[in-house]
Ligand binder design. Structure first.
Ligand code: PBG
Length: 359
């Protein structure tokens, strides 16, 4: 109802008109009935809704993050990520085959490094036989054709749980960038298709691009975690890779302040300038505005990461019977598409893919 009905008069017509519609009131006033748009017409049935639907989620939009650990035939549950497990390489191979069969274009690998192999410098990141390199090799052979994405950052390998090298309390930038470029090369040699620096050091994309090109890896893509925020929503991930207990302090001197938005555009512009092929915003759902701005501003392929805490929130509510899991999952994933994301890293990837394929 529009109120006041006639701004020129203070007459209140509602007393004598029970639950009046605007049309009824205007007719009663003798005014010509003004047509108004009936937006509900296009929603009247599923076929009508399907015809006017603006965004769709497909299996081709999904990237599956997978946690890898040492051992054989292991599937270790992660308490804060119900339904997600750390997988030994053979089990990760099975998941890669499953992803391929479902039509999921790519998987992203994250290692749980044996604590005995972690040190101040994160040197295991450079070991050509490390867990990630062995997993890449095994998956490449067993599931050829699936995209293999690897994370570049030192946190799974450092005793202090930071993404970079430390001197005292400080996270060193340029020294870290040198190591990250070598880590990226180590992964490319082992068969990574797409290198995803998630460390937020300045200048790392340029250094990684130069290192890759110098060794003939021109076709290895760089997916830059360009706007990555210092977020509470990474908690369950840190459980999964075993850095929750060891992390000294926080990551606010390199990851972004959640209060900032213009700065995200500067970060993205910088990474594009340095050679990023694809940019990512992380976390996802609490940062849909950033995804939207990034896509609108640069028009580059833009990915989103529905991070561990986002997944855990939904799953916790589902476990309490408070949400319908499938519906909440699909709605959250579709929201990324609406915001402008081209693909989404999500722990829901296999489950969403099955649902999308009608199974
Ligand atoms: C580490 C990294 C993190 C995530 C991806 N890579 C955590 C962090 O920065 O502490 C988070 C992913 C998730 O929460 O699902 N460089």
């Amino acid at each position: 109802m529009i109120w006041p009905l006639n701004p020129k008069s203070n007459r209140r017509p509602t007393a004598e008109l029970p639950a009046p519609s605007r049309v009824a009131i205007e007719a009663a006033q003798g005014a010509a009935a003004t047509p108004f748009p009936r937006l509900r017409r296009n929603r009247k049935s599923e076929w009508a809704r399907a015809l006017v639907r603006e965004n769709v989620l497909t299996v081709a939009d999904l990237i599956w993050p997978i946690f890898v650990c040492d051992g054989v035939n292991l599937r270790q549950p992660i308490a804060s990520l119900p339904g997600v497990q750390r997988l030994s390489i053979d089990a990760a191979v099975d998941s890669a085959r499953e992803a391929k069969a479902l039509g999921i274009p790519a998987i992203a690998l994250f290692p749980y490094t044996d604590p005995a192999l972690r040190d101040e410098a994160g040197s295991e990141a450079l070991n050509p036989e490390n867990l990630i390199c062995r997993a890449l090799d095994a998956i490449r052979q067993a599931a050829p054709g699936i995209g293999l994405i690897t994370d570049v950052a030192l946190d799974p390998y450092t005793s202090h749980g930071h993404d970079g090298l430390m001197r005292g309390e400080e996270i060193l930038n340029d020294e870290t960038v040198e190591v990250l470029a070598r880590q990226a090369l180590n992964q490319a040699r082992a068969g990574a298709d797409m290198i995803a620096p998630s460390d937020m050091m300045d200048g790392r994309v340029r250094a990684i691009r130069a290192a890759l090109d110098a060794e003939g890896f021109q076709s290895v893509q760089i997916l830059a975690y360009a706007a990555k925020y210092a977020s509470a929503f990474y908690g369950p991930f840190r459980d999964a890779i075993g850095t929750k207990a060891t992390l000294v302090g926080d990551k606010r001197t390199y990851q972004m302040d959640p209060a900032n938005s213009d700065e995200a555009l500067r970060e993205v512009a910088q990474d594009i300038d340095e050679g990023a092929d694809i940019v990512m915003v992380k976390p996802g759902l609490p940062y849909l505005d950033i995804i939207h701005r990034v896509k609108e501003t640069f028009g580059l392929p833009t990915f989103a990461y529905q991070v561990s805490g986002e997944y855990a929130m939904i799953e916790a509510a589902v476990a309490n019977g408070w949400l319908d899991g499938d519906k909440a999952m699909m709605e959250s994933l579709l929201a990324f598409k609406r915001a402008g994301a081209d693909a989404v890293l999500t722990y829901y990837a296999p489950r969403a893919a099955k649902l999308l394929r009608g199974g």
